[in-house]
Design a protein around this ligand. Structure first.
Ligand code: FES
Length: 92
């Protein structure tokens, strides 16, 4: 079942299946909200902040997401899989 992902600071939304990462779901759209890199947690260019929603997270290297960032909701969108509708924001 797809979930509605809202990008709060870009005023855009897209649907993402549970088995797809947020980055992968976004890639299927015409929205250019995030940089696309390695797609596997290795480069750190796809960072977002999660504001709301449930999700499953695959391992993220502290090289790209520090413990402080993680506590503040920062994550790599290629490692996040939605379990509900979500609200996120992109980072500079
Ligand atoms: S695209 Fe490289 S870490 Fe997400």
């Amino acid at each position: 079942m797809p979930h509605l992902i809202s990008i709060a600071n870009q005023n855009s939304q897209f649907l993402c299946q549970e088995q797809r990462s947020l980055l992968s779901g976004l890639e299927g759209q015409k929205i250019k909200a995030l940089q696309i890199g390695c797609r596997g947690g290795g480069c750190g260019v796809c960072k977002i902040r999660i504001l709301d929603g449930n999700y499953q997270s695959k391992k993220m290297s502290i090289k790209h997401v520090s413990a402080d960032e993680l506590a503040a909701g920062v994550a790599l969108s290629c490692r996040i899989f939605p379990l509900s509708d979500m609200t996120v924001e992109t980072l500079d």
